[in-house]
Design a protein around this ligand. Structure first.
Ligand SMILES: [Fe+2]
Length: 138
């Protein structure tokens, strides 16, 4: 699977959020590389750990902006974030239990890449639009 690259289609029109999304893409690519190069379970778990840490940071930052700007879809958006975090934690458990099987390795790259692109192009782009309408520029 080719690595995910940032392009303008992924911009939500808010610099701060775009910057953090670029970091999430980098961390997803680091996981994809670790599984593709068969770098071993320890390395995969480490890259996954970095992804989880940054995801926590980014979702908190995004949710704070939503709260500060009375974003109408806060609960719905938060639920998507929570589900994603739960899935990441589930993946850690799966890798710890089964090891870096080809099926898990394939699943993680596909899932993370698709989730990120769909989330950014969907509800995050909508969020960016609402924030700009409310005068938020960062
Ligand atoms: Fe989001």
């Amino acid at each position: 699977m080719p690595s995910l690259e940032w392009n303008d289609d992924l911009s939500v029109g808010i610099g701060l959020i775009d910057k953090q999304h670029k970091m999430l893409i980098e961390r997803t690519n680091a996981i994809a590389e670790a599984v593709e190069m068969k770098r071993g379970l320890e390395k995969i778990l480490q890259t996954l750990g970095f992804m989880i840490d940054y995801t926590d940071f980014h979702f908190s930052a995004e949710e704070k902006v939503m709260i500060d700007h009375d974003y109408p879809k806060l609960a719905e958006h938060q639920k998507l974030h929570e589900d994603f975090k739960a899935r990441l934690n589930q993946m850690v458990e799966d890798f710890e239990e089964d090891g870096a099987t080809p099926a898990l390795s394939q699943e993680i790259t596909t899932y993370l890449t698709n989730w990120l692109v769909n989330h950014i192009k969907g509800i995050d782009t909508e969020l960016g639009k609402i924030l700009r309408e409310k005068g938020y520029e960062e």
